[in-house]
Design a protein around this ligand. Structure first.
Ligand code: CO8
Length: 258
């Protein structure tokens, strides 16, 4: 499929989706989010793809939702179109692992998009923030919800109420990103993480992602029950027998996604 605001490259088992609006710091508009969701759904449905990498440019992962597109919207426009609501739901439904590889500005909707991914790897040049308050609005794609669950109330308040940016080191310390790497090594490091993930059995990858995401939605007791059922269900797979047999025979497992 031909896209105008993203590029998609599939190499071996990894689909790399690159946000591509260089003139607007990869600002997220309806077209970009629509194309992104379609590309993610294609990757999710593909037998070949086992892991997705979502990235931007060196300057910006994404500097937020497109202010030019939003500026003239009235409440009724935003309410009736449920702006970005459908896309957020489509993103949430992706079952394969998604790694965000971010450098430069990762702001507003861009920071929220990174948080919608499963793992965030940051270049040391990355700058994170929820500057919506400077526009007379608040975050609308998880900046008050996912961010608070991720970095805690005090830092979420700090970021959302002042609109300040935080650097990659502070983001790692706060738990927003899992690793920080030198900018020139970002591509290579993320590739190696994606390759490592791609070697695993797809049923267990999907189950792990589903179970971790469930922890955001439910009580500990319910989450533990859900985890246990998924854990038990994996004993119905051939890959569980293979993984354990390989361990005991001191060899590498040959997973078949069955
Ligand atoms: N939207 C549209 N265009 C943008 C955006 C944006 N968010 N960010 C940058 N651009 C454009 C600029 O307008 C400029 O275009 P032009 O050359 O045509 O004037 C170009 O990108 C380059 O930007 P700058 O000249 O400003 O570059 P600087 O290096 O001086 O500054 C910054 C870079 C700091 C990133 C600056 O551009 C900036 O502050 N951008 C806006 C950041 C922001 O406020 N983001 C939050 C937006 S609101 C949001 O994300 C809400 C999400 C929730 C929506 C969900 C609804 C349910």
């Amino acid at each position: 499929m031909a896209y105008e605001t993203i590029t998609v490259e599939v190499e071996e088992h990894i689909a790399t989706i690159t946000l591509n609006r260089p003139d607007a710091m990869n600002a997220l508009n309806l077209q970009l989010l629509g194309e992104l969701c379609t590309a993610l759904e294609e990757a999710d449905a593909s037998d070949k793809v086992r892991c997705v990498v979502l990235t931007g440019s060196e300057k910006a992962f994404a500097a937020g939702a497109d202010v030019k597109e939003m500026a003239e919207q009235s409440f009724v426009d935003a309410f009736l179109s449920d702006i970005f609501g459908g896309e957020a739901e489509r993103f949430r439904n992706i079952r394969k692992p998604i790694i965000a590889a971010v450098s430069g500005y990762t702001l507003g909707g861009g920071c929220e998009l990174a948080m919608m991914c499963d793992i965030v790897i940051a270049a040391d040049t990355a700058k994170f923030g929820q500057p919506e308050i400077n526009l007379g609005i608040i975050p609308g794609l998880g900046g008050t919800q996912r961010l608070t669950r991720t970095v805690g109330k005090s830092k979420a308040m700090d970021l959302c109420l002042t609109g300040r940016f935080m650097d990659a080191e502070e983001a790692e310390r706060s738990g927003l990103v899992s690793r920080v790497v030198p900018a020139r090594k970002l591509r290579e490091e993320v590739r190696s993480i994606a390759e490592k993930i791609s070697e695993k059995s797809i049923p267990s990858l999907l189950a792990a992602k589903e179970s971790i995401n469930r922890s955001f939605e439910t009580t500990l007791a319910e989450g533990m029950r859900h985890e246990r059922r998924l854990f038990q269900s994996l004993f119905a797979t051939e890959d569980q027998s293979e993984g354990m047999a390989a361990f005991l025979a001191k060899r590498e497992p040959q997973f078949r996604d069955r």
